[in-house]
Ligand binder design. Structure first.
Ligand code: KE4
Length: 429
């Protein structure tokens, strides 16, 4: 409720700020990167969300990717309600886990067995543990700007030299946890090769299409080179498809780009808005996971029927026509924003793969994290605020993706482009 002088959002921000760090459950939501104040969302439907002051926004965050069919899709809501009446979690095997696992195995030829967890972080953390057990090696190679959740081993940054020890990238991460995680630039196959020549790698983990430095596609030959390198050096290639899985194609980036990973991390869309993550691989690898093998990994709510029901209902909406639609809608928005950028006085470009895209404030291609960090992030913050005032909710960071869902029809996307025309002019500074 709003008080006499404060708005609903202001009251909530004050209450949340007293009992939660930053008043949020995940840092990016605090709008710090865009120097703003987040709305408290009270309802979502289709392509829209409403905040505590009754303002409506066209939502291009889509819960950071899971809501590929939009908010509160009737089929997903019905599936959740149907299951909830039968219980939300049994702590025992249930039919829906097997059904969702079969659906994933059917979509990803590189996956013969799946283990469900409750977040992308757990999926990536477990995939690393599995790779280390399978190879008997400790060292992991990741790419700067690649985000794989907040497990200690993956909150690491590059050491001084290419193959020197990884360094913690967060307070509280012990040096010992980060030292075996080496980091090189995304799209830099030569640096990956140099690292593999100097250190025995357990795994190479990569976002096949990067989404955590903004939308940065792999350059031609990069993923193919990593595939060959992993095979040659005995490392396991881990594709973190938490964003791209079931978004870029039913079989994710692997289907779209024609490259098979050894281990795949999934999340977001497979939970349909409820907490789900998963990792999967060929049978011989997954048989190393407890209780069949020595790799321990567990979870109270892993595979719970409510989340499985939401995931199954969402994936049930994603047929070939849905992917054609997502491609068309993503392309329409990207073209509209690019034309608006060309008309504006400020340097801006759009990078898109399928239904994920980013507007970067630069006139150069963004190929890696350094390029992304060099973009005009102050201009992005002004653009974000100008779009927010016009009822468009963009991800509150220049290093994130805009997500289009099946609910973002042409008139809604045209509204976004109209707002962008005005917002870009304002953002020129
Ligand atoms: P979660 O633990 O947040 O479910 O997943 C971690 C993760 C793993 N891999 C990739 C490629 C991811 O993008 C993520 C999480 N993505 C971020 C934003 N890009 C989630 C939003 C947030 O952190 O609040």
């Amino acid at each position: 409720m709003a008080s006499a002088t404060l708005s609903g959002n202001e009251v909530l921000r004050s209450r949340a700020g007293r009992v939660m760090p930053g008043g949020v459950s995940s840092p990016v939501r605090a709008f710090r990167a865009v120097h703003g104040e987040p709305p408290f969302i009270v309802r979502g439907a289709g392509a829209h969300v409403w905040d505590a002051d009754g303002r409506r926004f066209i939502d291009l965050i889509c819960s950071w990717g899971p809501l590929v069919a939009g908010h509160a899709h009737p089929a997903v809501v019905a599936a959740i309600a149907h299951q909830a009446e039968r219980g939300t979690s049994y702590g025992m095997p249930s039919p829906l886990e097997a059904e969702l696992a079969e659906t994933i195995v059917d979509a990803f030829p590189s996956i013969e067995m799946v283990r469900f967890v409750s977040s992308g972080t757990e999926a990536a953390m477990s995939a690393i543990r599995l790779a280390r057990a399978a190879t008997g090696r400790d060292t992991v190679l990741k790419f700067a700007g690649g985000y794989h959740g907040h497990a200690d081993a993956l909150l690491a940054k590059a050491g001084s030299g290419i193959a020197t020890l990884g360094l913690p990238d967060s307070a509280g991460v012990p040096f010992a946890a980060a030292r075996d995680t080496l980091t090189v630039p995304y799209n830099d196959l030569a640096a990956a090769r140099r690292t593999a020549a100097e250190r025995d790698l357990a795994a190479i983990i990569v976002e096949p299409v990067a989404g955590n430095m903004g939308a940065v596609p792999p350059e031609s030959g990069f993923l193919e080179g990593l595939r060959l390198l992993a095979t040659e050096c005995g490392a396991l290639l881990i594709f973190d498809e938490v964003i791209t899985g079931f978004r870029l194609a039913r079989g994710g980036a692997q289907e779209r780009l024609g490259i098979a990973a050894d281990i795949t991390c999934l999340g977001k869309i497979i939970g349909g808005g409820l907490p789900v993550g998963a990792y999967g691989a060929r049978r011989e690898l997954m048989r190393l996971v407890a209780p069949e093998g020595p790799v321990y990994q567990a979870g109270t709510l892993s595979g719970n029927p409510l989340a499985m029901a939401a995931g199954l209902a969402t994936l049930g909406l994603l047929d070939a026509a849905a992917y054609e639609r997502l491609e068309a809608l993503g392309g329409r928005l990207a073209r509209g924003l690019a034309r608006a950028a060309q008309r504006s006085p400020i340097a801006a470009r759009v990078q898109r793969v399928g239904s994920l895209l980013t507007a970067f404030f630069t006139d150069h291609p963004v190929r890696n994290e350094d390029d992304a960090l060099a973009t005009d992030r102050a201009a992005f913050a002004r653009f974000h605020a100008a779009m927010f005032r016009r009822g468009v909710l963009l991800p509150p960071s220049a290093l994130e993706c805009f997500f289009v869902s099946l609910a973002h029809d042409e008139p809604i996307l045209d509204e976004v482009v109209t707002a962008a025309d005005e917002a870009l002019a304002e953002s020129a500074g």
